[in-house]
Write a protein that binds this ligand. Structure first.
Ligand code: SF4
Ligand code: SF4
Length: 440
């Protein structure tokens, strides 16, 4: 388990600012309501996802797919352009480890991260991890269960799945797993998540090219480094082998050994080396450079290159498709089922009849009134009502019979289409298809 030594500097300051902004977003987003609707809520039992105000219903999961594709492409684009910026500055693992360390430092004191802890300090360290894990897990839970429900369950001590069972409620199971995982991660696993588990680290390393910035050590200036008790700068290179770059590294790697998958490009070793060498009026040996700049320090960064152009173009295409789908979105959905009780009947003097059940959902936040029509003049709908009212975000099952006076020659079944129209917004319509059957 690596606990990095605290460091001050430009990159640490940038990281702190980003951490605070992202933490505030994490803490606030699940509590935001607009017009009574959640801004962000992944309601799995209700099969409705609220993503930044957009309400995604099960038949609209293509929105979610597009969001995931755009996130993936953004990762590709920004990695090619700016290196592993996501790992160093945006990844929740990196950010939460900073907050767990901040909490532990509060209870342990300034020695935290600087030297091995005694038993009492270790107990305080784990106590801090545990308290923060509970707090963060409650917030995380609010992304899946409305916070009003969590508060009500807590106030009424509803910890079980039902009144006559000792099985824990789903949210209690979630909390136990989340807290357990968080304490294990902060207290033991930590840097191994980046080094051994995270697939993004491997993807991102594969996505770098010779023009992507990486954190690297200047071997030409740094070596030969100081060895053992050698006097400062008796050695040929500028590296005084203070080991600070290694001690401040959250994944515990020595960047002087070259680019490694464990380097999350956080730049903290840059701060450490800058602080150390500035005392000797020397420039840092570790910095963000492209692989080309490592070979040739005078090389310029190329932002415009085939890889970045292709990623940006793809991103633009998907973003355009997303906006188009959003703008042309119809807040109503419909499906049709055949009513097995009235399938393929012949009634003398009336004709052939089939029964149907149309399910209409209103995704808007106001009631709507819909009318069902059949798109073929040979059929006639025999419905108990002309129009049907559906409440805000409601759902109706509408049953009706369709009559055909004549039998289709040689046909056992014929396709039939129904149009469901919002009476007050005629552009909001859905067409569903099924078949009309004739008795043998
Ligand atoms: S080597 Fe430097 S940039 Fe890479 S993870 Fe460690 S501290 Fe961050
Ligand atoms: S911080 Fe700089 S001087 Fe110190 S060991 Fe690392 S590279 Fe060498």
């Amino acid at each position: 388990m690596v606990v990095a030594r605290p460091v001050q500097g430009k990159h640490r300051t940038i990281k702190n600012r980003i951490n605070v902004v992202l933490l505030i977003l994490f803490l606030v987003l699940p509590f935001l309501r607009f017009g009574g609707n959640p801004f962000v809520l992944l309601d799995i039992p209700g099969r409705k996802f609220h993503v930044f105000g957009l309400e995604i219903w099960p038949h609209e999961f293509y929105f979610l797919h597009l969001i995931l594709i755009m996130s993936g492409l953004s990762l590709f684009f920004f990695t090619a352009l700016l290196g592993r910026i996501w790992c160093g500055y945006g990844c929740p693992q990196t950010i939460f480890m900073d907050f767990y360390d901040w909490g532990a430092k509060l209870l342990v004191g300034s020695e935290y991260g600087k030297r091995p802890l005694n038993t009492s300090q270790k107990i305080r360290q784990y106590l801090a991890f545990f308290i923060l894990a509970i707090f963060f897990s409650f917030i995380f839970l609010a992304y899946f269960v409305p916070y009003e429900e969590i508060a009500s369950d807590l106030m009424h001590a509803r910890f079980f799945a039902g009144p006559d069972t000792l099985a824990p409620a789903a949210w209690v199971v979630f909390m136990v797993m989340s807290v357990g995982f968080a304490v294990f991660n902060a207290g033991y696993f930590r840097e191994n998540a980046c080094k051994l588990v995270c697939p993004y680290g491997r993807f991102q390393t594969a996505l770098l090219d010779t023009h992507s910035p990486i954190v690297s050590y200047d071997v030409k200036r740094g070596e030969p480094r100081r060895e053992g008790k050698q006097k400062l700068f008796e050695h040929g290179g500028d590296c005084i082998d203070c080991n600070m770059c290694n001690l401040v590294c959250p994944t515990g790697i020595d960047i002087r050994e070259g680019l490694q998958v464990g380097c999350i490009a956080c730049g903290l070793c840059v701060d450490a080396c800058t602080n150390v060498l500035s005392k000797f009026e020397k420039r840092t040996l570790i910095d963000y450079r492209t692989i080309e700049q490592v070979e040739n320090p005078d090389a310029h960064r190329k932002y415009l290159r085939p890889r970045t152009v292709v990623y940006a173009s793809l991103l633009l295409c998907f973003a355009t498709a997303f906006v188009y789908l959003l703008v042309t979105r119809i807040p109503m959905y419909a499906t049709v089922l055949r009513d097995r009780a009235i399938s393929a009947l012949y009634v003398p003097d009336i004709g052939y009849q089939n029964g149907y059940e149309v399910h209409v959902g209103n995704q808007s936040r106001k009631p709507i009134e819909v009318k069902i029509m059949v798109l073929d003049k040979r059929y006639e709908i025999l419905a108990p009502q002309d129009t049907y009212k559906i409440g805000a975000e409601g759902f109706e099952k509408i049953r009706f019979v369709v009559r055909s006076a004549q039998k289709e020659e040689f046909a056992r079944t014929r396709p039939i289409e129904f149009k469901i129209v919002d009476v007050n917004e005629p552009t909001h319509e859905r067409v569903v298809q099924t078949v009309f059957s004739y008795p043998i």
